[in-house]
Design a protein around this ligand. Structure first.
Ligand SMILES: [Zn+2]
Length: 317
């Protein structure tokens, strides 16, 4: 791992006004005082892999400064908190005239920091809405930059995440799964999803408006929603597998997370989670239950898929 200049995430937002920073402090304080909806667990007995989609930064259009600020802030927090995150990239976001080098440099910095990359397709198509050939083409276009960057570091491009977690159905689903295997991919599952993307816009609007109270209240809701999603996933894992497997959390490379990631990670630590890499989480047998279709793991109903696989195995006996 190359030593990084250890900026706090705050420094990445140097262009925010002093009032913005005060708002951010208020948000952090507010989230510390959240009522804990935390199931009892000994410290760090749970494991979780953080997967962050729509990288390097989503929703920034052609604004290079914001794009870089979000992606750098996320990386700096993961490094400072020693979280071996994997970012699922949409390479279309790198393809902006006059900005390609600066945008690709973010992937270099991400890998230099020891973090991992996966393919999230080039342009984020929904498999339910596009032709099969177009989708497969988008998978290949999505690895043009990432694959050589990984290979130059002796690493491999392994993980694929479906946009919208839409894994298709019938022959289309099977054709995509076969294509992914043929290109050496494994499908990245999601076991905890709190739809973080749906909260980002309002959070950022409150921060920009200098409304600390609204921003803090909004972020309280985000953390409560995450807690509820964790509680469900923990319970479902015990129901279906008999134990809590290392969870795979889905979040996104958005501006809300760039501003709040440290608090979110602290909250997960408070639930007893230690952070592990995608590869370490996937070594758990819960992700390799016989009959579990790889495609079904990419969707949000991971534990339902595991339960279905176990039921059909029992029926065959
Ligand atoms: Zn996505």
């Amino acid at each position: 791992m190359v030593a990084l200049r250890m900026n706090t995430p705050e420094s990445a937002f140097a262009s925010l006004t002093r009032r913005d920073l005060l708002v951010r402090s208020a948000v952090t304080l507010a989230s510390l005082s959240l009522p804990r909806l935390v199931a009892q667990a000994p410290a760090h007995s749970r494991k979780l892999a953080v997967t962050i989609d729509d990288g390097p930064a989503v929703g920034t259009g052609n604004d290079l400064a914001v794009f870089v600020r979000i992606a750098d802030a996320l990386r700096e927090v993961f490094v400072a908190e020693k979280v071996p995150a994997i970012m699922f990239v949409n390479e279309r976001q790198l393809n902006v005239d006059g900005q390609r080098d600066a945008r690709v440099a973010l992937l270099h910095r991400w890998l230099e920091a020891g973090l991992d990359l996966g393919n999230h397709t080039y342009s984020h198509p929904n498999l339910g809405h596009v032709e099969l050939a177009r989708f497969l083409d988008d998978i290949v276009k999505g690895e043009v930059i990432s694959r050589p960057l990984l290979e130059a570091r002796g690493k491999k491009l392994v993980w694929f995440r479906y946009p919208f977690l839409a894994t298709g159905s019938g022959e289309t689903a099977a054709a995509v799964e076969e294509f992914l295997v043929w290109r050496g991919y494994r499908i990245a599952p999601v076991s905890v999803d709190y739809h973080d993307y749906s909260f980002s816009g309002a959070y950022v609007r409150h921060v920009r408006a200098g409304d600390a109270t609204k921003a803090a209240a909004h972020f309280d809701t985000v953390m409560q929603t995450m807690d509820e999603a964790c509680t469900r996933a923990e319970a479902r894992s015990v129901e279906v597998l008999g134990y809590e497997l290392p969870q795979t959390l889905l979040i996104h490379c958005n501006e809300m997370n760039a501003l709040t990631l440290r608090t979110t990670l602290g909250h997960l630590r408070d639930r007893g989670y230690a952070f592990v890499s995608m590869d370490e989480a996937m070594a758990d047998p819960g992700y390799a239950v016989p009959g579990l279709r790889p495609g079904s793991m990419g969707g949000g109903g991971f534990f339902n898929s595991v339960a279905a696989a176990k039921r059909s195995a029992a029926e065959r006996q």
